[in-house]
Design a protein around this ligand. Structure first.
Ligand SMILES: *Cc1c(COP(=O)(O)O)cnc(C)c1O
Length: 396
Protein backbone atom coordinates (compact mmCIF):
# COMPACT_ATOMS: atom_id res chain seq x y z
CA UNK A 1 0.00 0.00 0.00
CA UNK A 2 1.40 3.39 -0.98
CA UNK A 3 1.35 6.08 1.69
CA UNK A 4 1.42 8.78 -1.00
CA UNK A 5 -2.14 8.13 -2.09
CA UNK A 6 -5.10 9.41 -0.14
CA UNK A 7 -7.47 6.80 1.25
CA UNK A 8 -11.09 6.59 0.13
CA UNK A 9 -12.39 4.53 3.02
CA UNK A 10 -15.08 6.05 5.23
CA UNK A 11 -12.67 6.19 8.16
CA UNK A 12 -10.01 6.33 9.26
CA UNK A 13 -9.67 9.37 7.04
CA UNK A 14 -6.64 11.19 5.67
CA UNK A 15 -4.71 13.03 8.37
CA UNK A 16 -3.68 16.60 7.52
CA UNK A 17 -0.01 17.38 8.05
CA UNK A 18 -0.85 20.07 10.61
CA UNK A 19 -2.74 17.54 12.73
CA UNK A 20 0.02 14.96 12.50
CA UNK A 21 2.46 17.57 13.73
CA UNK A 22 0.15 18.61 16.55
CA UNK A 23 -0.13 14.99 17.75
CA UNK A 24 3.65 14.60 17.75
CA UNK A 25 4.73 16.18 21.00
CA UNK A 26 7.03 15.51 23.93
CA UNK A 27 5.74 13.92 27.10
CA UNK A 28 3.54 16.25 29.08
CA UNK A 29 2.49 15.69 32.69
CA UNK A 30 -1.25 15.27 32.50
CA UNK A 31 -1.58 16.44 36.11
CA UNK A 32 0.09 19.75 35.30
CA UNK A 33 -1.66 23.01 34.37
CA UNK A 34 -0.13 22.65 30.88
CA UNK A 35 -2.51 19.74 30.21
CA UNK A 36 -5.52 21.72 31.35
CA UNK A 37 -4.48 24.58 29.06
CA UNK A 38 -4.56 22.17 26.12
CA UNK A 39 -7.61 20.17 27.16
CA UNK A 40 -10.01 22.99 28.00
CA UNK A 41 -10.04 24.55 24.49
CA UNK A 42 -10.45 21.11 22.90
CA UNK A 43 -13.55 20.46 25.01
CA UNK A 44 -14.95 23.92 24.24
CA UNK A 45 -14.28 23.33 20.54
CA UNK A 46 -16.13 20.00 20.51
CA UNK A 47 -19.11 21.76 22.11
CA UNK A 48 -19.15 24.25 19.24
CA UNK A 49 -18.87 21.51 16.61
CA UNK A 50 -21.80 19.66 18.22
CA UNK A 51 -23.77 22.94 18.51
CA UNK A 52 -24.29 22.17 22.17
CA UNK A 53 -25.50 24.77 24.64
CA UNK A 54 -25.99 22.87 27.89
CA UNK A 55 -24.26 19.64 28.88
CA UNK A 56 -20.78 18.16 29.02
CA UNK A 57 -18.20 16.70 26.66
CA UNK A 58 -16.50 13.41 27.51
CA UNK A 59 -13.32 12.43 25.67
CA UNK A 60 -12.31 8.82 26.25
CA UNK A 61 -9.23 6.90 25.13
CA UNK A 62 -11.23 4.54 22.92
CA UNK A 63 -12.99 4.48 19.55
CA UNK A 64 -16.57 4.97 18.40
CA UNK A 65 -17.51 1.49 19.59
CA UNK A 66 -16.34 2.38 23.09
CA UNK A 67 -18.47 5.51 22.79
CA UNK A 68 -21.56 3.33 22.22
CA UNK A 69 -20.67 1.29 25.28
CA UNK A 70 -20.05 4.36 27.41
CA UNK A 71 -23.38 5.88 26.33
CA UNK A 72 -25.48 2.91 27.40
CA UNK A 73 -23.48 1.72 30.41
CA UNK A 74 -23.56 5.15 32.05
CA UNK A 75 -27.27 5.77 31.74
CA UNK A 76 -29.12 2.44 31.67
CA UNK A 77 -29.71 -0.58 33.90
CA UNK A 78 -29.81 -4.32 33.11
CA UNK A 79 -33.14 -5.29 31.54
CA UNK A 80 -33.96 -1.77 30.40
CA UNK A 81 -35.67 -1.54 27.03
CA UNK A 82 -34.15 0.52 24.24
CA UNK A 83 -35.66 1.17 20.82
CA UNK A 84 -33.50 0.97 17.71
CA UNK A 85 -33.94 0.52 13.97
CA UNK A 86 -31.57 -1.90 12.23
CA UNK A 87 -30.67 -1.01 8.64
CA UNK A 88 -26.95 -1.61 8.28
CA UNK A 89 -23.83 -2.97 9.91
CA UNK A 90 -23.30 -0.06 12.30
CA UNK A 91 -26.86 0.15 13.58
CA UNK A 92 -26.63 -3.65 13.94
CA UNK A 93 -23.42 -3.52 15.96
CA UNK A 94 -24.79 -0.99 18.42
CA UNK A 95 -27.87 -3.18 18.90
CA UNK A 96 -25.63 -6.21 19.44
CA UNK A 97 -23.58 -4.28 22.00
CA UNK A 98 -26.76 -3.38 23.91
CA UNK A 99 -27.92 -6.98 23.90
CA UNK A 100 -24.57 -8.15 25.25
CA UNK A 101 -25.01 -5.64 28.06
CA UNK A 102 -28.27 -7.30 29.06
CA UNK A 103 -30.51 -4.63 27.60
CA UNK A 104 -33.79 -5.55 25.95
CA UNK A 105 -33.61 -4.10 22.45
CA UNK A 106 -36.91 -3.47 20.71
CA UNK A 107 -35.68 -3.69 17.12
CA UNK A 108 -37.44 -2.14 14.15
CA UNK A 109 -36.13 -4.23 11.26
CA UNK A 110 -35.71 -1.91 8.29
CA UNK A 111 -34.42 -2.81 4.82
CA UNK A 112 -30.77 -1.89 4.28
CA UNK A 113 -30.62 1.20 2.09
CA UNK A 114 -33.44 2.85 4.05
CA UNK A 115 -33.00 5.28 6.93
CA UNK A 116 -34.58 5.42 10.38
CA UNK A 117 -38.34 4.83 9.87
CA UNK A 118 -39.93 7.83 11.57
CA UNK A 119 -43.49 6.49 11.43
CA UNK A 120 -42.59 3.16 12.99
CA UNK A 121 -40.54 4.87 15.68
CA UNK A 122 -43.42 7.17 16.56
CA UNK A 123 -45.86 4.23 16.60
CA UNK A 124 -43.58 2.21 18.90
CA UNK A 125 -43.26 5.13 21.29
CA UNK A 126 -47.00 5.82 21.28
CA UNK A 127 -47.69 2.16 22.02
CA UNK A 128 -45.31 2.29 24.98
CA UNK A 129 -47.77 3.98 27.33
CA UNK A 130 -45.96 2.63 30.39
CA UNK A 131 -42.68 4.22 29.23
CA UNK A 132 -40.71 0.97 29.40
CA UNK A 133 -38.45 2.31 26.64
CA UNK A 134 -35.60 4.11 28.36
CA UNK A 135 -33.62 5.17 25.30
CA UNK A 136 -34.06 5.63 21.56
CA UNK A 137 -30.91 4.84 19.56
CA UNK A 138 -30.26 6.39 16.16
CA UNK A 139 -27.45 5.97 13.66
CA UNK A 140 -27.20 9.38 12.02
CA UNK A 141 -25.11 8.18 9.11
CA UNK A 142 -25.15 4.44 8.39
CA UNK A 143 -21.63 4.01 7.06
CA UNK A 144 -22.32 0.54 5.64
CA UNK A 145 -24.98 1.71 3.19
CA UNK A 146 -24.24 5.44 2.83
CA UNK A 147 -27.58 6.43 4.31
CA UNK A 148 -28.28 9.44 6.48
CA UNK A 149 -31.24 9.54 8.81
CA UNK A 150 -33.41 12.45 9.89
CA UNK A 151 -32.29 12.97 13.48
CA UNK A 152 -34.48 16.04 13.96
CA UNK A 153 -37.40 13.95 12.66
CA UNK A 154 -36.79 11.25 15.28
CA UNK A 155 -36.79 13.94 17.98
CA UNK A 156 -40.13 15.21 16.62
CA UNK A 157 -41.53 11.67 16.70
CA UNK A 158 -40.48 11.40 20.36
CA UNK A 159 -42.05 14.75 21.17
CA UNK A 160 -45.28 13.99 19.30
CA UNK A 161 -45.54 10.73 21.22
CA UNK A 162 -44.79 12.63 24.43
CA UNK A 163 -42.13 10.05 25.30
CA UNK A 164 -39.48 10.77 27.94
CA UNK A 165 -36.80 8.30 26.72
CA UNK A 166 -33.21 9.41 26.33
CA UNK A 167 -32.16 10.10 22.75
CA UNK A 168 -28.77 8.65 21.81
CA UNK A 169 -27.25 9.35 18.41
CA UNK A 170 -24.29 7.69 16.73
CA UNK A 171 -22.65 10.52 14.82
CA UNK A 172 -19.33 8.77 14.29
CA UNK A 173 -19.33 9.23 10.51
CA UNK A 174 -21.29 12.49 10.40
CA UNK A 175 -20.07 14.81 13.16
CA UNK A 176 -17.55 17.30 11.81
CA UNK A 177 -18.60 16.59 8.20
CA UNK A 178 -22.38 17.00 8.13
CA UNK A 179 -24.60 19.45 10.06
CA UNK A 180 -25.23 18.30 13.62
CA UNK A 181 -27.37 20.18 16.14
CA UNK A 182 -27.07 18.62 19.58
CA UNK A 183 -29.27 21.10 21.43
CA UNK A 184 -31.77 21.95 18.72
CA UNK A 185 -32.35 18.28 17.93
CA UNK A 186 -32.80 17.45 21.62
CA UNK A 187 -30.01 14.88 21.61
CA UNK A 188 -29.09 13.44 25.02
CA UNK A 189 -25.93 11.57 24.02
CA UNK A 190 -23.97 12.07 20.80
CA UNK A 191 -21.12 9.68 19.97
CA UNK A 192 -18.22 10.61 17.70
CA UNK A 193 -14.77 9.19 17.09
CA UNK A 194 -11.46 10.86 16.34
CA UNK A 195 -10.66 9.14 13.03
CA UNK A 196 -13.49 10.31 10.79
CA UNK A 197 -14.65 13.94 10.52
CA UNK A 198 -12.03 15.06 13.04
CA UNK A 199 -9.26 13.77 10.71
CA UNK A 200 -7.20 12.30 13.59
CA UNK A 201 -5.78 8.85 14.09
CA UNK A 202 -8.16 6.43 15.83
CA UNK A 203 -7.98 6.53 19.61
CA UNK A 204 -10.64 8.86 20.99
CA UNK A 205 -14.33 8.37 21.63
CA UNK A 206 -15.86 11.83 21.81
CA UNK A 207 -19.27 12.20 23.44
CA UNK A 208 -21.67 15.01 24.18
CA UNK A 209 -24.02 14.40 27.10
CA UNK A 210 -27.07 16.49 27.98
CA UNK A 211 -28.14 17.52 31.49
CA UNK A 212 -30.87 14.85 31.23
CA UNK A 213 -28.27 12.15 30.46
CA UNK A 214 -26.15 13.39 33.36
CA UNK A 215 -29.14 13.05 35.66
CA UNK A 216 -29.73 9.50 34.36
CA UNK A 217 -26.19 8.46 35.40
CA UNK A 218 -27.16 8.40 39.06
CA UNK A 219 -29.87 5.75 38.87
CA UNK A 220 -28.16 3.62 36.21
CA UNK A 221 -26.82 0.27 37.43
CA UNK A 222 -25.03 -1.25 34.44
CA UNK A 223 -21.41 -1.83 35.49
CA UNK A 224 -18.92 0.71 34.26
CA UNK A 225 -15.44 1.59 35.46
CA UNK A 226 -13.02 2.76 32.76
CA UNK A 227 -15.88 4.60 31.01
CA UNK A 228 -17.55 6.00 34.15
CA UNK A 229 -18.71 9.50 33.26
CA UNK A 230 -18.99 10.47 36.94
CA UNK A 231 -15.28 9.96 37.53
CA UNK A 232 -14.47 11.73 34.28
CA UNK A 233 -16.54 14.78 35.20
CA UNK A 234 -15.05 14.95 38.69
CA UNK A 235 -11.54 14.82 37.26
CA UNK A 236 -12.38 17.34 34.51
CA UNK A 237 -13.54 19.82 37.12
CA UNK A 238 -9.95 19.75 38.39
CA UNK A 239 -8.59 20.14 34.83
CA UNK A 240 -7.49 16.52 34.58
CA UNK A 241 -8.35 12.88 33.99
CA UNK A 242 -9.02 9.93 36.30
CA UNK A 243 -6.22 8.09 34.45
CA UNK A 244 -3.60 8.81 31.80
CA UNK A 245 -5.14 10.63 28.84
CA UNK A 246 -4.00 10.25 25.23
CA UNK A 247 -2.30 13.62 25.31
CA UNK A 248 -1.04 13.70 21.72
CA UNK A 249 -4.47 12.93 20.31
CA UNK A 250 -6.04 15.63 22.45
CA UNK A 251 -3.48 18.13 21.14
CA UNK A 252 -4.42 16.95 17.65
CA UNK A 253 -8.11 17.38 18.45
CA UNK A 254 -7.56 21.01 19.42
CA UNK A 255 -5.74 21.52 16.09
CA UNK A 256 -8.51 19.71 14.20
CA UNK A 257 -11.13 22.05 15.61
CA UNK A 258 -8.99 25.04 14.65
CA UNK A 259 -8.82 23.73 11.10
CA UNK A 260 -12.58 23.09 10.91
CA UNK A 261 -13.33 26.54 12.28
CA UNK A 262 -10.74 28.28 10.08
CA UNK A 263 -12.54 26.83 7.08
CA UNK A 264 -15.87 27.53 8.77
CA UNK A 265 -18.17 24.67 9.77
CA UNK A 266 -20.78 25.69 7.20
CA UNK A 267 -18.09 25.67 4.50
CA UNK A 268 -16.88 22.27 5.68
CA UNK A 269 -20.41 20.91 5.33
CA UNK A 270 -20.87 22.55 1.91
CA UNK A 271 -17.55 21.07 0.75
CA UNK A 272 -18.70 17.60 1.80
CA UNK A 273 -21.98 18.07 -0.08
CA UNK A 274 -20.12 19.17 -3.21
CA UNK A 275 -17.60 16.35 -3.07
CA UNK A 276 -20.38 13.83 -2.50
CA UNK A 277 -22.43 15.19 -5.39
CA UNK A 278 -19.43 14.85 -7.73
CA UNK A 279 -19.07 11.22 -6.66
CA UNK A 280 -22.77 10.62 -7.27
CA UNK A 281 -22.52 12.17 -10.75
CA UNK A 282 -19.67 9.76 -11.50
CA UNK A 283 -21.65 6.81 -10.16
CA UNK A 284 -24.59 7.73 -12.40
CA UNK A 285 -22.28 8.05 -15.41
CA UNK A 286 -21.03 4.53 -14.69
CA UNK A 287 -24.63 3.39 -15.02
CA UNK A 288 -24.68 2.51 -11.33
CA UNK A 289 -26.54 3.95 -8.33
CA UNK A 290 -25.96 4.57 -4.64
CA UNK A 291 -27.29 1.81 -2.37
CA UNK A 292 -29.32 4.46 -0.48
CA UNK A 293 -32.93 4.03 -1.59
CA UNK A 294 -33.80 7.67 -2.30
CA UNK A 295 -31.84 10.91 -2.84
CA UNK A 296 -32.96 12.42 0.49
CA UNK A 297 -31.06 9.56 2.17
CA UNK A 298 -27.77 10.07 0.32
CA UNK A 299 -24.89 10.50 2.72
CA UNK A 300 -22.42 13.30 2.13
CA UNK A 301 -19.58 11.33 3.75
CA UNK A 302 -19.76 7.91 2.10
CA UNK A 303 -21.33 6.43 -1.00
CA UNK A 304 -22.00 2.71 -1.18
CA UNK A 305 -21.99 2.04 -4.92
CA UNK A 306 -24.30 -0.76 -6.02
CA UNK A 307 -22.30 -2.77 -8.56
CA UNK A 308 -23.79 -4.31 -11.72
CA UNK A 309 -25.21 -7.83 -11.73
CA UNK A 310 -22.39 -10.36 -12.06
CA UNK A 311 -19.76 -7.99 -10.64
CA UNK A 312 -18.30 -8.19 -7.14
CA UNK A 313 -17.52 -4.96 -5.29
CA UNK A 314 -14.92 -6.66 -3.14
CA UNK A 315 -12.89 -7.55 -6.29
CA UNK A 316 -12.60 -3.85 -7.06
CA UNK A 317 -11.46 -3.04 -3.52
CA UNK A 318 -8.87 -5.84 -3.56
CA UNK A 319 -7.51 -4.83 -6.96
CA UNK A 320 -7.37 -1.12 -6.10
CA UNK A 321 -5.26 -1.94 -3.05
CA UNK A 322 -2.95 -4.48 -4.68
CA UNK A 323 -2.41 -2.83 -8.07
CA UNK A 324 -2.80 0.90 -7.44
CA UNK A 325 -2.20 1.27 -3.70
CA UNK A 326 -5.55 2.91 -3.13
CA UNK A 327 -8.04 2.01 -0.40
CA UNK A 328 -11.80 1.84 -0.92
CA UNK A 329 -14.31 0.27 1.47
CA UNK A 330 -15.76 -3.20 0.99
CA UNK A 331 -19.43 -4.04 1.42
CA UNK A 332 -20.19 -5.27 4.93
CA UNK A 333 -22.65 -7.94 6.04
CA UNK A 334 -25.77 -8.14 3.91
CA UNK A 335 -24.24 -6.00 1.14
CA UNK A 336 -20.86 -7.80 0.98
CA UNK A 337 -19.87 -8.01 -2.70
CA UNK A 338 -22.97 -6.07 -3.78
CA UNK A 339 -21.34 -2.69 -3.19
CA UNK A 340 -18.01 -1.02 -2.82
CA UNK A 341 -17.78 2.13 -0.75
CA UNK A 342 -16.17 5.44 -1.52
CA UNK A 343 -15.43 7.46 1.60
CA UNK A 344 -15.50 11.18 0.89
CA UNK A 345 -15.04 12.79 4.26
CA UNK A 346 -12.39 14.64 6.17
CA UNK A 347 -9.40 16.22 4.50
CA UNK A 348 -10.43 15.94 0.84
CA UNK A 349 -10.59 18.23 -2.17
CA UNK A 350 -12.16 17.89 -5.63
CA UNK A 351 -8.74 17.02 -7.02
CA UNK A 352 -8.27 14.20 -4.55
CA UNK A 353 -11.75 12.82 -5.21
CA UNK A 354 -11.09 12.85 -8.97
CA UNK A 355 -8.01 10.70 -8.36
CA UNK A 356 -10.13 8.21 -6.45
CA UNK A 357 -12.79 8.11 -9.15
CA UNK A 358 -10.13 7.61 -11.84
CA UNK A 359 -8.64 4.72 -9.86
CA UNK A 360 -12.04 3.09 -9.43
CA UNK A 361 -12.55 3.34 -13.20
CA UNK A 362 -9.18 1.75 -13.95
CA UNK A 363 -10.13 -1.14 -11.69
CA UNK A 364 -13.51 -1.51 -13.39
CA UNK A 365 -11.80 -1.65 -16.79
CA UNK A 366 -9.23 -4.15 -15.47
CA UNK A 367 -12.06 -6.32 -14.15
CA UNK A 368 -13.97 -6.15 -17.43
CA UNK A 369 -16.93 -4.29 -15.94
CA UNK A 370 -19.12 -2.56 -18.54
CA UNK A 371 -17.70 0.93 -17.99
CA UNK A 372 -15.86 3.23 -20.40
CA UNK A 373 -12.73 4.88 -18.99
CA UNK A 374 -13.24 8.55 -18.22
CA UNK A 375 -17.04 8.54 -18.11
CA UNK A 376 -17.43 8.95 -14.36
CA UNK A 377 -14.41 11.20 -14.01
CA UNK A 378 -15.77 13.52 -16.72
CA UNK A 379 -19.15 13.78 -15.00
CA UNK A 380 -17.47 14.70 -11.73
CA UNK A 381 -15.13 17.15 -13.49
CA UNK A 382 -18.08 18.91 -15.07
CA UNK A 383 -19.80 19.20 -11.72
CA UNK A 384 -16.69 20.40 -9.87
CA UNK A 385 -15.82 22.95 -12.60
CA UNK A 386 -19.28 24.41 -12.40
CA UNK A 387 -19.55 24.54 -8.62
CA UNK A 388 -16.03 25.35 -7.39
CA UNK A 389 -15.92 28.18 -4.87
CA UNK A 390 -13.11 30.65 -5.66
CA UNK A 391 -9.92 29.62 -3.85
CA UNK A 392 -8.87 32.15 -1.25
CA UNK A 393 -5.20 32.75 -2.12
CA UNK A 394 -2.92 32.77 0.87
CA UNK A 395 -1.30 36.15 1.44
CA UNK A 396 2.17 34.62 1.76
C1 LIG B 1 -16.79 3.89 12.23
C2 LIG B 1 -18.13 3.85 12.86
C3 LIG B 1 -18.34 3.30 14.12
C4 LIG B 1 -17.31 2.53 14.87
O1 LIG B 1 -16.28 3.28 15.27
P1 LIG B 1 -14.87 2.64 15.66
O2 LIG B 1 -14.11 3.89 15.88
O3 LIG B 1 -14.41 1.82 14.52
O4 LIG B 1 -15.06 1.86 16.90
C5 LIG B 1 -19.59 3.41 14.67
N1 LIG B 1 -20.60 3.97 14.01
C6 LIG B 1 -20.45 4.48 12.78
C7 LIG B 1 -21.61 5.10 12.10
C8 LIG B 1 -19.20 4.44 12.16
O5 LIG B 1 -19.05 4.94 10.92
Amino acid sequence: MSFQNPVFIPGPTNIPEAIRKACDMPTLDHRSPAFARMFTPAVAGVKRVLKMEAGEIIILPSTGTGGWEAAVSNTLSPGDTVLAARFGMFSHRWIDLCQRHGLNVQIIETPWGQGAPLGAIEAALRADTGHAIKAVLATHNETATGVKSDVAGIRRAMDVAGHPALFMVDGVSSIGSMPFEFTRWGVDIAVAGSQKGFMLPAGLAILGISPKAIAAMEGATLPRAFFDFREMLTAYARGGYPYTPTVGLIAGLARSIEMLEDEGLENVYARHTRLAEGVRRAVAAWGMAPYAATPDLYSDTVTAVRVPEGCNGTDLVTLAASKYGVAFGVGLGEVAGKVFRIGHLGMLTDVMVLAGLATAEMCMADLGWPVRLGRGVAAAQDFYRGSAPAMALAAE
